[in-house]
Design a protein around this ligand. Structure first.
Ligand code: DOR
Ligand code: ZN
Length: 483
């Protein structure tokens, strides 16, 4: 393979319009992770500069702020003038439904969708079928991911009232990022809400505990009172701020009592974010979803069950507070909670439709659109979606453009705005809650270990093409303990 020949490679792909080619020329097999990106606008940890970046054998070998890196023989060369080069995003909160619900997603479709959205590493939640609550299930998922994904990947073990020993058995295991506790019921049947069981888990496990913080007792007392309501506004009234705040305070107290790392997933309310700003300390981290930063009660009214999720999309003032607490550093990262459900299952309407929405393909463009609209800076987005998740989960050598770090990258176009439609998506459910929005920041190249896994042409198909054979790129993630 000579230099400047990359256009030949992009004539064919693994998936174009969803059809597998018979003898695809595997980009990942031919390129070996050697890559030179020239004239990109590079978002480095200490500023934005134009220049070149070289990846050798999958590792960022050199960063040249003034450019001038000469191509080596055998390297893929990308002339990136006008494109922003950022670290590949790390999404620490996805539900890829594998095993159990392949009609909604599996590790292959979810990982391709992630790559299409500039996400090069994901952490998958345990409410699959069966639930991932044992070492055997985790080993199975990790083996599956090695065969099916085109990105880096890690998995949560789900907590039950009785599986402390299983949680201890996976502690420190490659590919296991932490423990997920559903403190309130949501999709699936994972639930731990009794104090003695929560104490047992916090006292006898290590690593990161990630909690879905909604109070089960309050949910149980409120859901029957709202059962006559068929208007979707009832959702946020029923699963109210108090439900979330009670559980957030309770999880925080457990973390402090047992000196245990805690990550509170998807904050939705100003009350929780304000309380955490005063009480978080060093043990606790937290996250917010793109949709909670973007939508409010009016969007819920307009989008209906597409915007139904747990915890709910709340009110304008909550959205504003979440932005404020993200900017002041209380909230550590921005995630998707990619939770695909088919439109057919959604068609049951409120309150019977399942809660959750897809997000991995649109999160980075949506956040970069917020940046271009003046809500925040491009460096903020990189901090929240790349460096932040790496810090929270102790993922080494990812999330920043630094020499010696892994060659996981996205080259995004911040000049053009494109309206996204359901048909532009890779998720198996084939829809997005952001349909109809005009977004910028679409990844033109998504790169894992120096290999191009997803490609768009500026002005071409917004769906783009997926270029890697399942299992040929990406690795199981390793997690260091975070003090
Ligand atoms: O809305 C949600 N959907 N919240 C959750 O906690 C789970 C998720 C899902 O798996 O569908
Ligand atoms: Zn979730």
């Amino acid at each position: 393979m000579g230099i400047y020949e990359h256009n030949l490679i992009f004539l064919t792909s693994y998936y174009g319009n969803g059809d597998e080619l018979e003898s695809p020329p595997w980009v990942s097999d031919t390129m070996g992770g050697d890559l030179l990106i020239q004239n990109a606008i590079m978002v480095l940890p200490d500023g934005i500069v134009e220049g070149d970046l070289r990846v050798t054998a999958g590792i960022i070998r050199s960063i040249a702020p003034n450019g001038g890196l000469e191509p080596h023989l055998g390297e893929l060369v990308i002339e990136a003038s006008g494109l922003y080069l950022i670290p590949g995003a790390i999404d620490p909160h996805v539900h890829f439904r594998d095993p159990g619900n392949p009609e909604k997603e599996d590790l292959e479709s979810g990982s391709r969708a992630a790559a299409a959205g500039g996400i090069t590493s994901f952490l998958d939640m345990p409410n699959t079928i069966p639930n991932a609550t044992s070492r055997a299930e985790l080993e199975f998922k990790i083996q599956l991911a090695a065969k099916k994904t085109v990105t880096n990947h890690g998995f949560f073990i789900g907590a039950t009232a009785t599986n402390v020993q299983e949680m201890r058995n996976v502690e420190g295991m490659d590919g296991v990022c932490g423990i997920k506790i559903f403190m309130g019921s949501s999709t699936g049947d994972l639930l731990v809400h009794e104090q003695r069981h929560l104490e047992d888990i916090f006292a006898n496990t290590g690593g990161v505990i990630a909690t879905h913080a909604e109070d089960e007792n309050r949910l149980r007392s409120r859901i029957p009172k709202f059962s006559h309501r068929e208007d979707i506004a009832a959702h946020a009234e029923c699963r109210d701020v108090e439900c979330a705040l009670i559980a957030t305070k309770r999880a925080s107290a457990l973390a402090k009592d047992h000196d245990h790392r805690l990550h509170i997933v998807h904050l939705t309310s100003g009350a929780e974010a304000d309380w955490l700003s005063l009480n978080k300390g060093d043990l606790i981290t937290t996250e917010v979803c793109t949709q909670h930063l973007t939508f409010d009660q009016d969007d819920v009214e307009e989008l209906g069950v597409r915007a139904l999720m747990n915890p709910p999309i709340r009110y304008t003032e909550d959205r504003d507070s979440l932005w404020r607490r993200l900017k002041d550093g209380t909230i550590d990262c921005v995630v998707t909670d990619h939770a695909p459900h088919t439109l057919e299952s959604k068609s049951m309407g409120y309150p019977n439709a399942p809660a959750g929405m897809p997000g991995v393909e649109t999160s980075l463009p949506m956040m970069l659109t917020h940046a271009m609209n003046g809500k925040c800076s491009v460096s903020d987005v990189v901090n929240w979606m790349c460096a932040g998740p790496a810090r929270v989960y102790g993922i080494k050598n990812k999330g920043s453009l630094i020499e010696g770090y892994d060659g996981d990258l996205a080259l995004v176009d911040l000049e053009n705005r494109r309206t996204v439609h359901d048909t532009d998506t890779w998720t198996r459910v084939g829809w997005t809650p952001f349909a109809g929005k005009e977004l910028t920041g679409w990844p033109i190249y998504t790169i894992v270990d120096g290999r191009v896994v997803h490609k768009r042409e500026i002005g071409g198909s917004l769906r783009g093409i997926s270029l890697a054979r399942p299992g040929s790129v990406g690795s199981v993630l390793r997690f260091e303990s975070v003090p």
